[in-house]
Each structure stands twice: as C-alpha cells, then as structure tokens.
Write a protein that binds this ligand. Sequence first.
Ligand code: ZN
Ligand code: ZN
Ligand code: ZN
Length: 206
Amino acid sequence: MICPRCNKAIPDDSAFCQYCGFQTAPRAEEKPFDTATDTNHPAAVSPGSNPVNPAPGMAQYAPPARYCSRCGGLIDRSSRRCTACGRQYFRPASAVPVIVLSVLLAISVGLNIRQYVIHSNMTETVANLEAEIAEQEESINNLWWDYLKLSNETDFFRSHAVIVPDDGTNLYHLYRCEDLDLSSFWIYNTEAAKQQGLQPCPKCYP
Ligand SMILES: [Zn+2]
Ligand SMILES: [Zn+2]
Ligand SMILES: [Zn+2]
C-alpha cells in the first residue's frame, strides 16, 4: 500500500506508516467498544485472533508523533532526525524552551550590561581620583616652591635687618619678638643699628 501522507510504499498490513507515522488503520478507540453487537469487526472481539492488526487498546499507547516540517516525514524521537529526509532537529518543536532561553539570554544580557555599567563607573571614579591626586601633587609642589622662596627671603631679612621701635628703649628686635610694639618703628640694617649704639633685645638674641 501507499501511505496517503507521504506517498511512500509501506507493507500492506501496516497500522502506521514507518516513514511518517501516519495511522493507516483505524484507531482502536474509534472502533465500537460493544464488540458483541458488532459482527463487522471480529478482530476486536478476540484479541490475538488476528496477529497482523494491533490488539484493541494497544493503539492508545502509540506516542504522539512529530512530523518533519520540510517533508512531513516522521521524526525519530530519540535522534530527533526525520526518518524520511534526514533533517536533524535539535530541539523539540516547542516554544517553551525558546521562551526560557530568551528569558535567560535577557537576564544574561542585563547582568552583562549591569557589570559593564559598574565597571565603567569604577573606571571613571578611578580616573577622577587619579586626576585629583595629580592636581594635589602639583599644588603641593607649588606650595613647596613658594615655601622655599619665602624661607630664603625670611632668612635674608632676619640676618640683615632689625626693627627698632619708637619706644625709647634703644633696643633692636626681630619681627617675631613678643615684646615688639609695631605701632611705630624703623627698620635698620643690623650694622647700622649697632653703629647707632642700639642694643640687641635679650629675648630676640639670647
Ligand atoms: Zn508516510
Ligand atoms: Zn523530513
Ligand atoms: Zn625683641
């Protein structure tokens, strides 16, 4: 006989097409169950009396078949390969795994984006901190340079200049002196102050 679905030649007594799984014989449950009154189907009355056809009730154990989308042939369940054209199916023809995979992919992409954002933020933070450190280092260098200049200048004036307040004591002082009254004063160089008979303040020059 010829399979009405896939048009392949199959043995005449086949209940199913061996290529596409098409059911060529009526399903057992489709036969009238009250076989005692159905004389047209004696095989249903006595299972085993006709060894060619499947016994009543057995057809319901046939697993639901899947058919090739290209040729309509039966797909072997274990190898997921079309028995007619050999097309390989890697996944059952169900949308659920695709949905699950899509969700997993979306989660994965989301996590990757999150990781990327965190990494970008950290990289930006590190770059900002490094820029700030460089700024501070430059500022420290400038301050240190200013300090050296002022320190030299202070040493110069401390060595060569004195302050003589207009208080009648005839003492000359350094700027840092606690007793120094700066409301009225002169600045002398040290040699001139000595020449004029002024005396060093005992607190400034112990
Ligand atoms: Zn067939
Ligand atoms: Zn096929
Ligand atoms: Zn003094």
